[in-house]
Design a protein around this ligand. Structure first.
Ligand code: ADP
Ligand code: MG
Length: 281
């Protein structure tokens, strides 16, 4: 299997804000380097710039989060009224009524897509603020498996858990960990449309606790593997492309790492590594 660890995305703030010289040029002003020598204290200038980037990033992130939140309520009102309208109309078989029915179905479908996208977006926005508690990873994974088992069975996926009974504790947010597991399991499920095997494993290694999620699905080519953690990258017609970026953000907020090995036609393995708490050692 070829593999990759996660790599940092280019900073969103950096993409949104051009460097000082470029900004000046866009504003029709001479670039600072055209008129004046570089300031002597470059580290002070760099720290000014990074402070400005940080402020602008925070502002834009707050705006985007607020907007998503504000969109959610009217959208669910639209969806609810649409459902009621469909019930009230009781469309019959004549061609005109059939056409109306198809249009309403399209609107409902698009509404659902927007609701899913907003949900994924808000999950991504909240993923970086863990409420850390000292917990046994195997126990949390076992709870998740109990919860996920019926869905797996319905998709003809055979779960095979291998959970170590003697893990050192980790500092983890149980709700966010569940989100990590759900995203990895759903991706595995979508990679096995005709069913397959999903192995979930926990183990301790070198002062760290590992979680492995291994599927027997379609795997992915190198070009996909290299872009896995890019925001909005998806190969699925209705994918938001926010699942793995959310997973990565959560893992990073736990001082962990995530790696992926995959072989087209054979399957995929995600490995999350978390630091064990010192109290155990
Ligand atoms: P989405 O599921 O909405 O497409 P994700 O961020 O969860 O977004 O995943 C990004 C892409 O990574 C997927 O579209 C898919 O191409 C690929 N991928 C993720 N997990 C797997 C997996 N277990 N097997 C094969 N491909 C995967
Ligand atoms: Mg996904």
């Amino acid at each position: 299997m070829s593999s990759s660890g996660y790599r940092a995305n280019p900073s969103t703030a950096e993409e949104m804000v051009p460097p000082t010289a470029e900004r000046a040029r866009r504003n029709g002003q001479p670039a600072p380097t055209d008129t004046a020598p570089e300031p002597a204290d470059t580290s002070a200038a760099a720290s000014d710039d990074s402070e400005r980037f940080r402020r602008q990033y925070t502002e834009i992130a707050t705006l985007a989060g607020g907007l998503a939140h504000e969109l959610r309520n009217p959208l669910s009102t639209i969806r609810m009224n649409l459902d009621l309208l469909c019930e009230d109309l009781q469309l019959g078989d004549d061609p005109r009524q059939q056409r109306i029915g198809r249009k309403l179905d399209t609107i409902r479908h698009e509404c659902s897509r927007l609701q899913d996208l907003l949900g994924d977006f808000l999950q991504f926005a909240r993923a970086g603020e863990p409420d850390l508690q000292e917990r046994d990873l195997s126990r949390l994974v076992a709870e998740f498996i109990d919860f996920y088992q019926p869905e797996a069975r319905a998709c003809r996926i055979e779960l095979s858990p291998h959970l170590s009974a003697s893990l050192p504790p980790v500092r983890v947010d149980p709700n966010l960990l569940r989100l990590v597991l759900m995203n990895l399991a759903r991706n595995a499920q979508e990679a096995m449309p005709d069913g397959g095997q999903l192995e979930i494993q926990t183990l301790a290694r070198d002062g760290r606790v590992l979680l492995q999620v291994i599927d027997s699905g379609q795997g992915m080519p190198e070009a996909v593997r290299l872009r896995l953690f890019d925001v909005f990258f998806s190969t699925k017609p209705n994918g938001s492309g926010l699942g793995l970026p959310t997973v990565r953000k959560i893992v990073e907020a736990h001082n962990g790492t995530i790696e992926c090995d995959s072989e087209p036609g054979r399957g995929t393995r995600f490995t999350v590594s978390l630091p064990a708490t010192r109290s155990w050692w």
